[in-house]
Design a binder for this molecule. Structure first.
Ligand SMILES: *[C@@H]1O[C@H](CO)[C@@H](O)[C@H](O)[C@H]1NC(C)=O
Ligand SMILES: *[C@@H]1O[C@H](CO)[C@@H](O)[C@H](O)[C@H]1NC(C)=O
Ligand SMILES: *[C@@H]1O[C@H](CO)[C@@H](O)[C@H](O)[C@H]1NC(C)=O
Ligand SMILES: *[C@@H]1O[C@H](CO)[C@@H](O)[C@H](O)[C@H]1NC(C)=O
Ligand SMILES: *[C@@H]1O[C@H](CO)[C@@H](O)[C@H](O)[C@H]1NC(C)=O
Ligand SMILES: *[C@@H]1O[C@H](CO)[C@@H](O)[C@H](O)[C@H]1NC(C)=O
Ligand SMILES: *[C@@H]1O[C@H](CO)[C@@H](O)[C@H](O)[C@H]1NC(C)=O
Length: 258
């Protein structure tokens, strides 16, 4: 896999650079990608830092039953909005420890930034002094591509497109608590293409659909022919591969408090 990280679209689309994965001996695994917004910093012992600590300590108790967590705390400029989302197929234990890891890791990597986001395979965590729910404005794209190309790109794309389109509709109409869909379809030859899409459930059906459409439309630009790829945004994501990379049966238990 290689990873391309796009700068937030709010600033510019023109910078796409390669972000290497390092492995270290720290307790928490490395993020797939993360972002610290340097334009807006807080200082040690500030109200924002206190609110952030409070928000992150309470956040794990706000699971909506389907792996979505959200919390706002503080007032005015010191408001901290925090949210976390687990991939729709991961089980509650994996979800809980992923969210826990992400809180520790993101504070290490972004020690004084008011706005930050970290992506793991199984969950994402974001916080900001700005609104982060019900908005699709924050366009920090992360592209991850499988290096292997299909031997029959036209047929591959001809199968992938309809799969993701169907999953997009399923996820967008998933309701207030969960917007997630996974599935598979026949690819060229004897291959099977597996796909997964997800939005944070605070988005409206239309916002989710538009967000996914935007990133799915980028496949031909960034992954044309690759047998696997994913794009991560703070509020929507997709992934596809020619192997099963998600759990078919495991589901985050409805109403199960984590
Ligand atoms: C923010 O600042 C840190 C430390 O100077 C730097 O490593 C990082 O690349 C910066 N992030 C962005 C998005 O510019
Ligand atoms: C915020 O902090 C980062 C380092 O943590 C620094 O690189 C950046 O310049 C700071 N931004 C401002 C606006 O001071
Ligand atoms: C909030 O921040 C803005 C811009 O930085 C500033 O003009 C305003 O006075 C601040 N408000 C409070 C209540 O601190
Ligand atoms: C898939 O389910 C198995 C069994 O519950 C679990 O061990 C594994 O961690 C799950 N994978 C993910 C990504 O949650
Ligand atoms: C969260 O992670 C920290 C540091 O790794 C660990 O000490 C703590 O027990 C974890 N908490 C939960 C609820 O898993
Ligand atoms: C896959 O195709 C892209 C162009 O579509 C090319 O740049 C790349 O080298 C190919 N990768 C392999 C492993 O052949
Ligand atoms: C966010 O959390 C609040 C409670 O703090 C809850 O009322 C609200 O429904 C949550 N929003 C979403 C989209 O889950």
């Amino acid at each position: 896999m290689f990873i391309l990280v796009g700068k937030p679209l709010l600033w510019s689309l023109s910078f796409i650079f390669i972000h290497l994965i390092h492995t270290t001996t720290l307790a928490q695994p490395e993020f797939l990608s993360y972002f610290c917004e340097n334009a807006s910093n807080y200082t040690v012992n500030s109200m924002y830092q206190r609110n952030l600590k409070t928000a992150l300590s309470v956040l794990p108790t706000t699971n909506n039953g389907f792996g979505f967590y959200n919390l706002s705390t503080g007032q005015g400029n010191d408001t901290v909005n925090a949210a976390a989302l687990c991939r729709g197929d991961v089980n509650p234990d994996v979800c809980r420890s992923c969210v826990n890891d992400s809180m520790v890791k993101l504070l290490q990597l972004c020690p004084n930034q008011k706005h930050a986001i970290g992506y793991y395979d199984n969950c994402l965590l974001k916080y900001s002094n700005k609104q982060i729910l019900r908005t699709t404005k924050i366009k920090f794209y992360v592209f991850l591509a499988n290096r292997q190309n299909s031997t029959d790109i036209d047929r591959f794309n001809g199968a992938l497109g309809p799969l993701l389109k169907k999953l997009r509709g399923d996820a967008a109409s998933g309701g207030l608590l969960r917007k997630f869909a996974s599935g598979n379809t026949r690819g060229p030859g004897f291959s099977t293409i597996y796909g997964l899409v997800q939005c944070t459930p605070d988005l409206s059906e239309e916002q989710c659909s538009d967000c996914l459409e935007d990133i799915i439309n980028r496949i031909t630009l960034y992954f044309n022919g690759a047998v696997g790829g994913r794009i991560l945004l703070p509020m929507c994501t997709f992934r596809y591969e020619i192997y099963r990379f998600f759990n078919k049966s495991a589901r985050i238990a409805p109403l199960g408090q984590l």
